[in-house]
Design a protein around this ligand. Structure first.
Ligand code: CA
Length: 240
């Protein structure tokens, strides 16, 4: 449930170093030694972020990044380029094709993790390993726990992902199909009413905290997570 990071790097020692440090930071990783293998992995399931080495055998990292950016399905995956090059012109080229950040080798694992955290926080906050806390409701992606005060809230995996997404995007209304895309992920074909089932379970799990009302049904539009109470105009608060 933690963010899955695809490492595309041909040097085994660097891959191992990154895998180890990602694991320590609470991220899952998957490795490819070249662009072709990376493509096969992406075909099966989209990663949350790609660490992409600039110099790879066959297709270079920069060409691979271009391919990813041109493809509708992959164009929004955050990319951090890894490179031994330090020239400013290369950095500009990397950012121009749409890399979201740039780390120069040799890098300290700590710096790399800080950059990954920053990019995820900015682009897909629900995939970052950062703790989210809203008025005492606390979700910790590293140990996978949701607590209210000092009591733990038991959640199923889908409810956990749904809550993580909603707590990371408060005040905005998401339609059922948007929630399916963002929480269930791509390559998933499920009915929209599945969302309602999991929303119901999530509310039930939160009931004893009194915070179940933070998951608001917005009639005809979808759902919103908000700690700001809604006072219904006509006294009813029925589900749509
Ligand atoms: Ca390389």
């Amino acid at each position: 449930m933690s963010a899955k990071i695809l490492i595309v790097e041909d040097e085994a020692a660097i891959r191992e170093l990154i895998v180890y440090n990602l694991q320590q930071a609470g991220y899952e990783s998957i490795c490819a030694e070249d662009a072709e293998k990376a493509m096969a992995i992406i075909h099966d399931a989209l990663p949350d972020l790609i660490l992409l080495d600039w110099l790879l055998p066959n297709m270079t990292g920069i060409d691979f990044a271009r391919v990813l950016r041109r493809n509708e399905r992959t164009r929004l995956i955050p990319i951090i380029m890894l490179t031994a090059r330090t020239q400013e012109a290369d950095k500009v080229a990397g950012l121009e094709i749409g890399a979201d950040d740039y780390v120069t080798k040799p890098f300290s694992p700590r710096e790399l993790i800080a950059r990954i955290n920053a990019v995820l926080r900015r682009l897909i906050p629900e995939a970052s390993a950062q703790v989210v806390e809203i008025h005492g409701l606390r979700l910790d992606p590293v140990n996978h726990r949701v607590t209210d005060g000092n009591r733990e809230i038991a959640l199923g995996p889908t409810e956990y992902r749904l809550l993580h997404f909603m707590m990371s995007h408060t005040e905005r209304v998401y339609s059922r199909s948007q929630l399916l895309d963002r929480v269930w992920g791509d390559h998933v074909f499920v009915e929209e009413r599945t969302v309602d089932v999991h929303i119901r379970r999530l509310r039930k799990a939160l009931q004893w905290t009194g915070k179940d009302s933070w998951i608001q049904t917005v009639r005809g539009a979808g759902y919103r997570f908000s700690a700001v109470a809604v006072v219904p105009a006509n006294g009813s608060n029925k589900e749509i």
